[in-house]
Design a protein around this ligand. Structure first.
Ligand code: ATP
Ligand code: MG
Length: 506
């Protein structure tokens, strides 16, 4: 007899329905898996066989063939284990297929029959619902995640034996129905912890208000990392749609906590400068996996010690910075991951770190220093609207300076500025000032005459390139939005012109 169980393969961000067909025939005992499976799936044979035996069932001494269909879809991972094991038992007529009808089965098996958590249950459950499944059988630890999909009954199982008993009508599972809860997990860091650093803080607020990328340059211990880590809490809250996207990415990356529910907090990712290209943008051998740019989707990608990142790695950031996606192309297939993040870069001004420092002198030789500074130019820096210097505060000031505004207060200002942008651009327009394309800048960011003259004068002095002018105007627009002003004035432009520290013609 041929048994058929339903499952899902997750490729990139999406799930695709897969039929797991199992044929058990007389012949020399063998266990074969066909249907373009990745080598990782071949290991399933050992797990499935041992798990069935551990569940007080006998393994058929016959020819067992599993076909994963459609064959053109490359399948990897361990999530078909449970579907295969149940398929074998149905083919052997040891369980009736009725209770498996329209049930999508997902789960990895351990040798003792335990059902282990897997990655990508959220997109898999979405695909199952779209393919007409009425229920999804998942590892207990993935149940909360699956329950985020409405209209789908969730059947959590912890052990293969439990699944078998349930399908025989001898036992029950604790069915879960649509329990979308929201996980609150703010950073717990507050902007008022940062004393002084008025200019850098202001730049951070402008970056948050307009969605601008930001570069902070300053001596060690100046508070750059401290500031960057406080950005997610002042950004506007995610919409439901954004939350869902972030949760989907976390599900695929296996980063959803147990009892995983909708992620409400914007991600903050800070990859080390030694991160590989694959780690940063995604890919890898076998089935591609998402990289840091995708894990930072709808949140913050913080590149600390920016000048230490390899040039090729930084080059690869161009596509996500421009298009908000990353496409990973392979010989047989390509996958596209979302990667719409806000970039915060931090760097010391020179190799020793003290160029321009008020207290300590710079000890760098000119050659290495020039080489280092050249790393603070280039295609990624060109896409950063705001740049600021972060000066070290004096030890005395640490205790004397007032605490300043809290993250909560600043978040309110940021939200108000974003609301103004939302009203101006509408639902179909740019999401924030940073996203206004060059051809729309004139219309979207109206400058008063004096403001325009200030920009033109800067261009004439050759301290501003055409692209740089666009960046300055976008930032000036955000400054005006923070002040709840309709037209961009000279003051706004002058402040925006201050947020440039790179010595190239920006
Ligand atoms: N403005 C500040 N207010 C309060 N504490 C500060 C401030 N600046 C620095 N500190 C203290 O100094 C520590 C180091 O700051 P931080 O790591 O943010 O510096 P950095 O600029 O990132 O340095 P590096 O260039 O070495 O990475 C902080 O953990 C904090 O305790
Ligand atoms: Mg730092």
């Amino acid at each position: 007899m041929i048994a058929k169980t339903e499952s899902v393969a997750v490729v990139g961000m999406d799930g695709h329905a897969v039929d797991v067909e199992v044929a058990v025939a007389q012949g020399l005992p063998a266990f074969t898996i066909v249907g373009l499976p990745d080598p990782s799936i071949q290991e399933a044979r050992e797990r499935v066989r041992a798990a069935i035996q551990s569940s007080s069932e006998t393994w058929p001494l016959k020819r067992v063939t599993v076909n994963l269909s459609p064959a053109h879809l490359r399948k990897a991972g361990s999530s078909f284990d449970l579907a295969m094991a149940l398929g074998v038992l149905v083919a052997e007529k040891r369980i009736q297929p009725d209770r498996l009808r329209n049930v999508c089965v997902l789960g990895e098996l351990s040798l003792d029959g335990g059902v282990r958590r897997i990655r990508g249950v959220l997109p898999a459950a979405i695909a199952a619902a779209e393919a007409g499944a009425r229920a999804v059988m998942v590892p207990t630890e993935n149940a909360a995640e699956a329950s985020l999909v409405s209209g789908l009954e969730v059947l959590p199982v912890a052990h293969l034996a439990q699944a078998i008993r349930f399908l025989r009508g001898e036992g029950d599972v604790d069915a879960v129905n649509g329990q979308a809860r929201t996980a609150e997990n703010g950073t717990g860091l507050d902007l008022s912890d940062v004393r002084g650093n008025v200019v850098a803080k202001r730049a951070l607020v402008i970056a948050a208000a307009g969605g601008h990328n930001l570069l902070m340059v300053g001596s060690p211990g100046g508070g750059k990392t401290m500031l960057a880590r406080r950005l997610p809490d002042i950004l506007p809250p995610m919409s439901e749609q954004e939350s869902f996207e972030v949760t989907r990415v976390a599900s695929i990356a296996g980063l959803l906590p147990d009892g995983g529910s909708l992620v409400a907090h914007r991600p903050f990712r800070a990859p080390h400068h030694s991160a590989s290209m694959t780690g940063l943008i995604g890919g890898g051998s076998g089935v591609p996996h998402p990289g840091e740019v995708t894990l930072a989707h709808r949140g913050v990608l913080f590149l600390d010690e920016f000048a230490e990142f390899r040039r090729e790695t930084l080059q690869a950031l161009r596509q996500p910075l421009e298009d908000g996606i990353i496409r990973i192309v392979r010989a047989r297939s390509s996958v596209t991951y979302p990667a719409r993040f806000q970039l915060i870069a931090a760097a010391n001004p020179c190799p020793c770190g003290y160029d321009g420092d008020e207290v300590k002198g710079c000890s760098c030789l000119p050659g290495p220093k020039d080489n280092y500074k050249s790393r603070l130019r280039g295609p990624v820096i060109d896409r950063i609207d705001l740049q600021c210097t972060v000066a070290r505060i004096k030890r005395k000031e640490l205790f004397e300076l007032p605490a300043g505004e809290t993250s909560e207060a600043v978040a309110g200002q940021v939200a108000a500025a974003r609301e103004r942008q939302g009203l101006r651009y509408g639902r179909r327009g740019p999401r924030s000032n940073a996203d206004v394309p060059p051809r729309e800048i004139d219309k979207a960011c109206r400058l008063q005459t004096a403001a325009r003259s200030t920009v033109e004068a800067a261009i004439e002095r050759q301290s501003l390139s055409a692209r740089g002018a666009h960046r300055v105007i976008r930032v000036a627009r955000t400054i005006a939005d923070l002040g709840a002003v309709d037209e961009v004035t000279r003051d706004h432009v002058e402040e925006a012109l201050d947020y440039r520290v790179s010595h190239s013609a920006t």
